[in-house]
Design a binder for this molecule. Sequence first.
Ligand code: HEC
Ligand code: HEC
Length: 271
Amino acid sequence: MRHVIGIFVFTILTTMFYYYVGQMVPQKETYPPEELTISKDLTTDQMVEIGEQIVGGKGTCLTCHTIGESGAHRFPDLGGIGNTAASRVQGQSAVEYLAESIYDPNAYIVDGYVAGMPAMHRAPTNLNDDEILTIIAYLQSLGGTPDVTMSSSHSFTGQNPAAAAGAAPVAAAPSMSENLDGAGLYEKYLCNTCHSVDTDAPLIGPSLYDAGNRMSTADIYESIVDPDAKLADGYPGGVMIATLNGMNFYDSVSPKDLKKLVDYIASKKGN
Ligand code: HEC
Ligand code: HEC
């Protein structure tokens, strides 16, 4: 009985924690608020400040990463990254490495971790080049001295001209012209970063490769719209909902797309 109560208290605490994290992620506000306008003549210090806000807000970085927390982590702790960045990859400067970590996260996988970070200049996060420069400044300030400026260049600049043109919303609402199938939606909403569908290997969440055998479509539907109502054994609550809230999933997914997602997962029968 004490054991059960212990688990119960733990669950409540983690849920509250993730609820809190979820609240820190701007949800319906339009972005950027006025003080976050990024102009080309920001000083590096100003970039650090803006970068910090984006990392904790629109960037959704803190739904996965911690900063300066000791202990075991599912995602690399970013405390001290300003110091380690320059020595991660031979011949890559700190700015170049940090840019790559954001635009092309799978190009280099940090020792002891698995791939799972989405490219942040793509939907749904849609960070533009200038926003990413400010994030680099902030990351450099964590244990190091930022040397990036608004006119610094790196190999990844210019990959997102559309978003760079204006203020991208927190998450791009699925546009009418975009007609993705279940597999496309599964990627678009980053389900693939936490659930494999081709192997039984768990990532952050359980593998869904056999979900169609072990779950009814109603169960699948429920697990998506209310992930914490019934938790998969041995997995934490809060993570999925915080991430999906961070990208406005629940406010923007259409019933039709939700059904496509459910059908896609129900089609996974473990073979
Ligand atoms: C869905 C979870 C997730 C989100 C959201 C996320 N990351 Fe990551 N990140 C990871 C994972 C997993 C790794 C380790 C694997 C790798 O190296 O790609 C990583 C690695 C990194 C690294 C390399 C760290 C090192 O020690 O070398 C940096 C830098 C980084 N992320 C920055 C960011 C920033 C900035 C954001 C927000 C714009 C962000 N991440 C959002 C999951 C995430
Ligand atoms: C940040 C990681 C993360 C993301 C992103 C995520 N999930 Fe999950 N998901 C989890 C975790 C952790 C669990 C286990 C806890 C639970 O049952 O809620 C889970 C549980 C599930 C389950 C129940 C699985 C079972 O075996 O009972 C389904 C179905 C599911 N997720 C579908 C999705 C879909 C569809 C998306 C994208 C729209 C998605 N998830 C996005 C982490 C994530």
